[in-house]
Write a protein that binds this ligand. Structure first.
Ligand code: NAD
Ligand code: WQD
Length: 337
C-alpha cells in the first residue's frame, strides 16, 4: 500500500513516516520545508533501512500536487502540511488561512483529479476552545479564539461537507491533544526554528542550558496545583494512531467523515511536567511563575474512548517516558538536525 504524506518532514509527520515504513507502507512525502528540513527523513530512512520518495513542493500549488500524487500511486493521503503557531496566526492571519485552508482545498482538488478519496487530517484539540466539561468527548461544542484554531475548524467543516457530498470519501479527522517526546532512537524529534512556544521543547532547552529558565504561565488556575493542565501524548503513540485511522478508512465502508480524539485521557500540570522532566534528565529546571498567557485554558484533556473502541488504538506511553525520549533527542542533537 502507498501513502502520500503532506508535511511529512515535520515533527509529527517524520514520526508517522517512521511508523508507516516499519509497517510495510510505501511513503511519498510532499513538503515545502517551510518549517522542517530533509534531514529528518534521512534519519527515518536510517532507522528503518527503507527509502522514502521525497517531493519538494507547496500544497497550494494544485498542479504540482496533482502530478506528485499521481506519481506516488497513493491509496491514501495523510495531510500534516500547515502552519501551527497560535501567536503567529494572530499576527499573520492571512498566511494561516492561506496555508491551512487554501492548502487543504488545493489538496482536495488534487485528490479528486487522481480519483483518490481516502484522507487522514491533522486537526487539534484547539477546536474545543474553552471546554465546558472534562474529559472532552468528540461531541463537545467547538469554538476558537485565534486564526490557527479557526483554520482547523474551517477545514473540519469543509471536509465534513465534502464527505457528505460523495459516499466514496473516507475521512478520518484526528484531533491531537499535546504531542510531545521523540522516537526512542534519539535520532528524530521536535526541531523548533526559533524560541519554542510549546512547553516541552522549551523545558528541554532550559535543561540543556540553551534557555535560562521556564516562565510558568499562571499559578492561579482552578487546577490542583494552580498551573495549566494538558494531555501530553507521546508522538510515537500519535503516529500509531494514524496507522489505525488509515486501516479504519480503508476497511470500513461507513467511515465517511469521522472525528477522533488522540490523547491519553490524563491531565498533567505544568509543575508535574517540570518534575517529570527533572527526573528524566537529572537536571534542575529553574522556573518562575508569571502572569497567565492570553488565550490559555485552565485544563484540557481528552476522552479517548471513541478512538479506543472504534480505531482499536490507545496511547501506551506515560509522561515519564515522554520526558525520557524528549531528553534523549535534545542531548543527542543540541542544535537540532
Ligand atoms: P511541523 O511544522 O513540524 O510540520 C508541518 C510540516 O508541513 C513541515 O514540514 C512544513 O515544512 C510543512 N508545510 C507547511 N506548510 C506547507 C505547505 N504550504 N506546503 C507543503 N508543506 C508545508 O508541525 P507538526 O507539529 O508536525 O504538525 C503537523 C500538523 O499537525 C499540522 O497541521 C499541525 O497544525 C497539526 N497539529 C500539531 C500539533 C502540535 O502541537 N505539534 C497539535 C495539533 C495539531
Ligand atoms: C502547555 C501548557 C501553558 C509554555 C498549543 C496549541 C494547540 C496545539 C498544541 C497545535 C499551558 C504552559 C507553555 C511556556 C508555560 N497545537 N506553558 N510556559 O497551549 O496547550 O497548545 O500546542 O494544534 O493548538 O494552542 O500548548 O505547550 O504551549 O502549553 O507555562 O513557556 O504549558 O500555559 O498550560 P497548548 P503549550
Amino acid at each position: 500500500m502507498n501513502v502520500f504524506v503532506t508535511g511529512g518532514a515535520g515533527y509529527i509527520g517524520s514520526h508517522t513516516c517512521l511508523e508507516l515504513l516499519l509497517n510495510g507502507w510505501n511513503v511519498t512525502v510532499f513538503d515545502n520545508f517551510s518549517n522542517s528540513c530533509s534531514q529528518s527523513l534521512d534519519r527515518v530512512e536510517k532507522i528503518t533501512n527503507r527509502k522514502i520518495s521525497l517531493i519538494e513542493g507547496d500544497v497550494r500549488n494544485t498542479h504540482d500536487l496533482t502530478l506528485a500524487i499521481k506519481s506516488s500511486a497513493a491509496d491514501a493521503v495523510i495531510h500534516f502540511a500547515g502552519l501551527k503557531s497560535v501567536g503567529e496566526s494572530n499576527a499573520f492571519p492571512v498566511r494561516y488561512y492561506d496555508n491551512n485552508v487554501t492548502g487543504t482545498i488545493s489538496l482536495l482538488k488534487a485528490m479528486v483529479a487522481n480519483e483518490l478519496k481516502k484522507l487522514v487530517f491533522s486537526s487539534s484539540a484547539t477546536v474545543y476552545g474553552t471546554p465546558e466539561k472534562l474529559p472532552i468527548p468528540e461531541v463537545a461544542p467547538t469554538s476558537t479564539t485565534n486564526p490557527y484554531g479557526q483554520s482547523k475548524l474551517m477545514v473540519e467543516k469543509i471536509l465534513s461537507d465534502v464527505a457528505k457530498s460523495d459516499d466514496n470519501w473516507k475521512i478520518a479527522n484526528l484531533r491531537y491533544f499535546n504531542p510531545a517526546g521523540a522516537d526512542e532512537s534519539g535520532l528524530i524529534g521536535e526541531n523548533p526554528k526559533d524560541i519554542p512556544n510549546n512547553i516541552m521543547p522549551y523545558i528541554s532547552q532550559v535543561a540543556v542550558g540553551k534557555l535560562r529558565e521556564l516562565s510558568v504561565f499562571g499559578g492561579d488556575y482552578d487546577t490542583h496545583d494552580g498551573t495549566g493542565v494538558r494531555d501530553y501524548i507521546h508522538v510515537s503513540d500519535l503516529a500509531k494512531g494514524h496507522l489505525s485511522a488509515l486501516k479504519y478508512i480503508s476497511n470500513n465502508e461507513a467511515a465517511d467523515f469521522c472525528s477522533f480524539n488522540l490523547g491519553t485521557g490524563k491531565g498533567v500540570s505544568v509543575l508535574e511536567l517540570v518534575k517529570a522532566f527533572e527526573k528524566a534528565s537529572g537536571k534542575s529546571i529553574p522556573f518562575d511563575i508569571v502572569a497567565r498567557r492570553q488565550g490559555d485554558v485552565a485544563a484540557c484533556y481528552a476522552d479517548p474512548t471513541k478512538a479506543n473502541k472504534v480505531l482499536g488504538w490507545k496511547a501506551e506511553l506515560d509522561i515519564e517516558r515522554i520526558c525520557q525520549d524528549a531528553w534523549r533527542w535534545q542531548v543527542n542533537n543540541p542544535t537540532g538536525y
